[in-house]
Design a binder for this molecule. Structure first.
Ligand code: TSB
Ligand code: ZN
Length: 589
């Protein structure tokens, strides 16, 4: 996807197109007041106060038509410069512009406006010279957006669009947007009945349907087995803790705005937990440890609750109730490097198994100025950040740095991926923490018999099962590898009346062999049933006619392919079981 902001000409075109849209809206909605309308990576948007009016889908076309008209008027886009006083006077009836002007830097002595015909907007520019240059544009979508992003403020209407220099670029962009929509895990999740939401449960609280639950169970089994082999000890802990627990950990001071509010039960004050570290710290502290016992790796598939802004909640990707593939590794200072490297190689191993190639490592550091988010101990932070950089250098992985993205307790190495729609998100994470072990007064006895404080690595390979599944749906476009597919085989007798019994026999044989098979014995045309097996993206479709019934064979077709192969029953079972056992990716089949 083209990044509009990386091309000066495109950025200017899109910014000018935002003005053109505002002009058209002013014609159609005379009461409209305009907040800001920048060019963004995907094109442009404008935030508009339309009074009581709410934009509907069909309005976009109407606005677009008016934009074409305004563009054809071929008005020059002219810059004027004003003093602050003049600007305040000019926009005195527009509270939004007054707000912008009043907040402008003292040093900004000149304030610029751009006019095109009957429309003037406060703006720094630059713009194209004439509206006739704006020919190849499209309005894409709209949403509500709180003024200044604050939910206590009025909800404005945000309309998005995109503009190019030629029809071909616009068409390509629209095609990409369409493809991304097709890949969106929310769409596929609905079509394939993977998960649902219900207002009675609440926003950001998805319900995993049977098909989605099969995928999740496979993911759990997969990562559990890997972690077992690597010496992780899995536990179960409650998804609440007392306020005191989170005061001890520091979450109460540094993470409160991400937490659900406290609830009182008898005399105890509880919170739904946003993270599992405090519970695991208590488990570590439950007995004495010698330096020889370390590292101790405590893992859990743990449910957490976080307050995410309602506008940010998205399918399975950003939820308020999530399940982390979490672990806390308690190590001696001399073990940090080795243990960290083991985590990174586990991440790489898992990505290889899933065929994930498009990702970036991000070194997430603290923002030194932000004393509220980060605990105040420069020495501890410097030590942790230096250690992490050293490990990354040893590993030789490429990464970029991001200030202000660290956890409140320490720096992180995050893995960033790009969803079909929307900005990048973090999948895996590995975090270095010198703080929580101190706050929980954890210790081990060193070789001299002295008490020492362990260091903790927080890590989540999948991140959460929720986000990882969202990502997987989009990566595979819903055509999961056989080992993950909710239905692995569709058994279709050519004519249920004649081969229905054979279909049942084959279906049962598959089920007995642990293959997730489904018999389609419906009284529907063969073509219809085959098409349905295709649209559901089932990996194997079995087509059983008289010949197969007579020879006790199986004819199968792979999803997305036209050829049919015939094998004896036993051989087919062997073939599919091997593919499942090896967790083979589709392209490696
Ligand atoms: C790794 N205490 C650590 C843990 O030990 C922790 O909670 N880290 S985290 O805050 O980064 O969260 C772990 C992972 O959860 C993230 O890397 C991300 O992949 C995933 N995640 C975070 N917020 C959400 C959310 N709202 N919805 C879905 N997944 C999320
Ligand atoms: Zn943690």
């Amino acid at each position: 996807m083209i990044n509009i902001k990386e091309n000066e000409r495109l950025e200017m075109l899109n910014h000018s197109c935002a003005h053109l849209m505002a002009q058209a809206i002013q014609h159609l909605y005379p009461q409209a007041k305009f907040w800001v309308g920048p060019a963004i990576e995907e094109g442009f948007y404008y935030d508009i106060d339309l009074g009581d009016e709410v934009i509907k889908e069909e309005d976009l076309e109407r606005i677009e038509r008016e934009m074409k008209k305004c563009a054809k008027d071929a008005k020059n886009i002219i810059r004027h410069e004003l003093t602050k006083e003049e600007a305040l006077e000019k926009f005195k009836d527009d509270p939004y512009k007054i707000d912008l002007i009043s907040r402008m830097d003292e040093n900004e002595t000149v304030i610029s406006c751009y006019s095109q015909g009957d429309f003037t907007d406060l703006c720094r520019g630059p713009h194209v010279a004439n509206t006739k240059e704006l020919k190849y544009f499209k309005l894409l979508k709209f949403s509500g957006a709180y003024w200044k992003g604050d939910s206590n403020n009025k909800m404005l209407q945000r309309i998005y669009g995109v503009c190019f220099d030629n029809q071909e670029d616009l068409d390509n962009c629209l095609k990409e947007i369409q493809e991304a929509k097709e890949r969106d895990h929310r769409k596929i999740g609905k079509e394939q009945e993977l998960f649902m939401n219900h207002e009675l449960v609440g926003s950001g609280m998805p319900l995993w349907l049977p098909n989605g639950a099969i995928i999740r169970k496979q993911l759990e089994n997969y990562i559990y087995e890997k972690e077992q082999k690597l010496g992780y000890l899995h536990v179960y802990t409650p998804c609440v803790g007392t306020v005191d627990l989170y005061k001890t950990s520091g979450h109460w001071d540094h993470y409160k705005e991400n937490m659900f509010p406290m609830m009182k039960v008898d005399e105890e004050e509880f919170v739904l937990r946003p993270m599992n570290c405090p519970h695991h710290m208590l488990i570590y502290g439950n007995k004495l440890h010698s330096y020889r016992d370390l590292p101790i790796r405590i893992g859990e598939f743990a449910t957490d609750f976080r307050y995410e802004a309602s506008g940010a909640v998205k399918g399975l990707e950003r939820v308020r109730c999530m399940c982390q593939n979490d672990a806390h590794l308690f190590v001696r200072p001399d073990q940090i490097g080795e243990e960290f490297k083991k985590v990174v190689s586990l991440i790489l191993d898992v990505y290889h198994d899933f065929g994930i190639k498009d990702y970036k490592f991000r070194l997430s550091l603290r923002d030194k100025e932000d004393k509220e988010k980060y605990f105040d101990d420069d020495q501890m932070w410097d030590e942790a950040e230096a250690k992490l950089r050293e490990v990354l250098k040893d590993l030789g992985v490429e990464y970029f740095e991001a200030i202000g993205e660290a956890a409140f307790y320490g720096p992180k190495l995050d893995v960033e991926v790009k969803p079909a729609v929307g900005p990048e998100v973090t999948l895996s994470t590995c975090q270095l923490d010198f703080l929580l072990p101190r706050r929980f007064e954890l210790s081990y006895i060193d070789s001299n018999g002295e008490k020492q404080t362990p260091v903790v690595l927080h890590r989540a390979i999948f991140g959460t099962f929720d986000r990882f599944t969202a990502f997987l749906i989009e990566e595979t476009k819903g055509a999961f590898p056989t080992w993950l597919a909710p239905t692995q085989v569709k058994v279709i007798p050519v004519n249920p009346e004649y081969q229905g019994d054979y279909g049942e026999e084959v279906n049962n044989l598959l089920l007995e062999n642990g293959v997730r098979s489904e018999l389609d014995n419906r009284n529907e045309k063969l073509g219809y049933r085959l098409r349905e097996a295709q649209t559901s993206k089932t990996p194997y479709t079995l087509i059983l006619g008289d010949q197969e019934k007579q020879d006790k064979t199986i004819s199968y077709r792979l999803y997305g392919e036209k050829d049919t192969t015939t094998l004896p029953q036993k051989e087919f079972i062997q073939l599919i079981k091997k593919e499942i056992d090896e967790k083979r990716l589709r392209e490696k089949r």
